[in-house]
Design a protein around this ligand. Structure first.
Ligand code: ADP
Ligand code: ZN
Ligand code: ZN
Length: 728
């Protein structure tokens, strides 16, 4: 009897064997329902074998194989294998967690889910079926067949009208290959969309990439803000479409999807496009996923999880804002969607385009070393749109009141008078208003995390931004009884209040995670901005990314300094990229852009490079620093992260783990250290850094070591390997 080897969503690295009498090699990649302990669960068939190590009397039988949708293709299984090995995460967990939730429960996919949007029609085989062979008592079947023969295809509604039982029949007929979804007919780009004439730089970028669509290359498209990278993507995608290929477009932030989706739909209005992001409900996600899997969706737009979508006709991958840290998942399987996308492109032998105005140092390093192909867009695409003028306000001279200095206020006033929009950007990384007692220095802390609670003035609450814990404002200092406790630092709300006081007639809009949580909130906000129903925007990182606000001419930046002297070696890179991005929001169209940055260090080299719009000088400086300090991209890193209720247990675990390690010369292991945020959600955390100048050796070491670590019988410690970590 055939034995199936099944990947299951459990933290064990092995596959599980079951008997399945009806299994054959075509079932590899299909879902299967199997007994596991006392439960029934869904796994994926990874292999079929005639033998097993398990004594035959212990071998259980699978309950059933789900054949109603196509198996996961071998290329995708290959990606899962790589991902599991590279990130040292159990294969079953990698696979099952990447699938739409509805494929993880023990049910066949219901018909209406997979064809809801598709008319169905008879296949060649179906047309050969003779109605005389269907018994007369099967009235529904006869009726359905006749209907299909008369109409070329039927929609869900029509089929339901025939009989409620018609849907069930269809599942059978689909398995028999009698009926299939009718493919959507493709046409050329819409004529209504205004298609700009490419600039010379864009033209050359497009020609270069499209000339090599048939082979793997990683293209780094380094284009200043407003250089028209999107137009370059569109043209390359058009080329891929004309060959019948699918394109996967990865973007960092769910909030950016509506904007990009609108652009794509306007240009390719008849091309099936699906959007796969974390905001979808289960049915929406499954429907999109299936359309992608069947090769019908030609453009797949999505956030990082979309990298795991089955795409039989994949011909091109685009990673927009490739430097963005959101591409790296920060819990569970700590994968980088950008890096997996590169692996996928290499395996599929297709091009991948990484786009950014401020490439990650890793990508830049690879580009100047010739591992990636480097394409540069140095000027803005729109005629007369210049890069914004960046100036610094020295806050040692111009004292600020509630965060805003006089020169900045004056500039806002001028901007209002000219009926242009202003954006006040508050760098919140590691900075937010906290409640402080000035007489005894008490500050409000979260009991579950080692972090300060953030003041939310509007609803008079203190909130932990790590775990969500919430409490009321204390009336007086709990430590010394002082009644004069006040928020310290500038949060968005504090700045908002101060702006309202200064400009009572201006329309002011504050945008942060809270104000965008509601469904569609983001679209409404964008609409308000685009139609100029707002004069001053206040926001954090959310606003910095990718948006194209035509009327915005002034950007004011507060709190940037807090990232200048961080202990995190990536802080400067992030700050620069963020400031460059947010500055890039100014002066996109005809309005000249002006950026004012409040700082105590106006002479800092990072600020100088920013003022010159000189990414390269800064990148070179940072690379030199990294080389001397022995940081990535000159070395490869991994962390062994662990957490438990007590930091002592965690550190002890890490010490034991280090003790087990048998590092070769090429591997460096550092001492365990508590994480920057030691307590998080009631758990205490620490890590151990491992690094090597050879990725291969690091991988070999980690593979062996993680097996040994699993033998450590320390209860209550959760651990995970984080390969290529970007946060410490
Ligand atoms: P980036 O993503 O590089 O910052 P965008 O793709 O958002 O830039 O383009 C910036 C603006 O330039 C958009 O309004 C876009 O419509 C416009 N644009 C792009 N290419 C051209 C072109 N060739 N001619 C005129 N306008 C263009
Ligand atoms: Zn006090
Ligand atoms: Zn907390």
């Amino acid at each position: 009897m055939p034995i199936i080897r099944v990947a299951i969503n459990v933290p064990v690295g092995t596959l599980f064997d079951y008997q399945a009498e009806d299994a054959n090699v075509l079932d590899i990649g299909l879902r299967v329902c199997v007994p596991f302990g006392k439960k029934k669960i869904t796994g994926i068939i990874m292999a079929i074998s005639m033998e097993t190590q398990i004594p035959i009397e212990k071998l259980k039988s699978a309950y059933g194989i789900f054949r109603e949708i196509n198996p996961l293709p071998p290329a995708l299984l290959n990606l899962f294998h790589f991902c599991s090995q590279y990130y040292h995460h159990p294969l079953g967990m990698v696979i099952l967690n990447s699938l739409p939730a509805m494929l993880r429960n023990n049910k066949p996919v219901k018909l209406k889910e997979w064809w809801a949007q598709h008319p169905l029609g008879l296949t060649d085989l179906g047309r050969q079926v003779d109605i005389a062979n269907i018994p007369a008592r099967n009235r529904v079947a006869r009726r359905l067949l006749t209907e299909f023969q008369n109409a070329t295809n039927l929609t869900v509604q029509q089929i339901k009208q025939i009989s409620p039982r018609a849907s069930k029949l269809l599942i059978e007929w689909k398995q028999l290959g009698w009926v299939a979804e009718k493919p959507i007919i493709q046409t050329t780009p819409s004529e209504t969309a205004i298609i700009p004439t490419l600039t010379a730089e864009q033209e050359s970028a497009v020609t270069t990439v499209t000339a090599r669509l048939e082979q793997f290359n990683t293209w780094l498209l380094h284009g200043v803000t407003g250089s028209g990278k999107t137009e370059v993507y569109l043209r390359i995608i058009e080329s891929a479409l004309s060959r019948g290929k699918q394109t996967l477009v990865l973007i960092p932030e769910i909030n950016l999807t509506p904007q990009l989706e609108a652009v794509f739909r306007a240009r390719f209005c008849t091309i099936p496009l699906v959007n796969l992001h974390s905001g979808l409900n289960d049915t929406e996600r499954l429907t999109g996923w299936l359309q992608a899997q069947r090769g019908e969706a030609k453009i797949i737009l999505g956030t990082r999880l979309a990298v795991f979508t089955p795409l039989p006709e994949l011909g091109l991958i685009i990673v927009d804002e490739e430097h963005d840290s959101s591409f790296k998942q920060q819990d569970g399987l700590r994968y980088s969607a950008r890096d997996l996308a590169i692996f996928r492109a290499r395996e599929t032998n297709i091009p991948i385009v990484l786009g950014s105005a401020t490439p990650s140092l890793e990508s830049y390093f690879n580009a100047i070393n010739g591992r990636y192909q480097y394409i540069r867009l140095a000027s803005r695409a729109v005629k007369n749109a210049r890069l914004p003028m960046i100036q610094y306000i020295d806050t040692r001279i111009h004292k600020s009141q509630d965060g805003l200095s006089v020169p900045l206020l004056k500039a806002i006033e001028k901007c209002l008078a000219e009926q242009r929009q202003t954006l006040i950007f508050i760098n919140r990384r590691g900075y937010a208003p906290v409640l402080l007692c000035k007489s005894c220095a008490w500050s409000a802390l979260c009991q579950r995390c080692s972090s300060r609670l953030v003041v939310h003035l509007r609803d008079k609450k203190l909130r932990c931004h790590h775990c969500g814990h919430e409490e009321n404002f204390p009336r007086a200092c709990p430590q010394c009884g002082n009644q004069d406790i006040a928020p310290f630092g500038q949060g968005t709300q504090r700045v908002e209040e101060s702006l309202i006081a200064h400009f009572p007639s201006a329309r002011i809009l504050r945008i942060d995670r809270d104000s965008t949580r509601r469904k569609n909130a983001w679209q409404e906000i964008l609409h308000t901005i685009h139609t100029h129903q707002v004069d001053i925007l206040i926001g954090t990182q959310l606003l910095a990314k990718g948006h194209d606000f035509q009327n915005l001419s002034l950007v004011g930046i507060l709190n940037a300094d807090t990232s200048l002297y961080s202990t995190d070696f990536r802080a400067s890179e992030r700050l620069f990229s963020q400031l460059m991005q947010v500055s890039g929001r100014a002066g996109r169209a005809n309005a000249a852009g002006h950026v004012l940055i409040q700082t105590e260090f106006p002479d800092h080299p990072l600020y100088y490079s920013l003022q010159q719009h000189d990414y390269d000088v800064l990148a070179q400086t940072l690379l030199t620093e990294r080389k001397m300090a022995g940081f990535p991209p000159y070395v490869y890193q991994a962390l062994l992260r662990a957490e438990a209720h007590d930091i002592k247990i965690v550190l002890n675990f890490l010490k034991q783990a280090a003790h087990l390690a048998k590092p070769t010369q090429a591997i460096q292991i550092f001492d365990p250290v508590p994480a920057q945020l030691v307590r998080l959600k009631g758990m205490e955390r620490a890590y151990l850094l491992i690094q090597s100048s050879s990725r291969k050796q690091l991988q070999a070491f980690l593979t062996e070591w993680s097996v040994q670590i699993s033998t450590l019988a320390i209860r209550k410690v959760r651990w995970v390997v984080d390969v290529d970590p970007i946060e410490f």
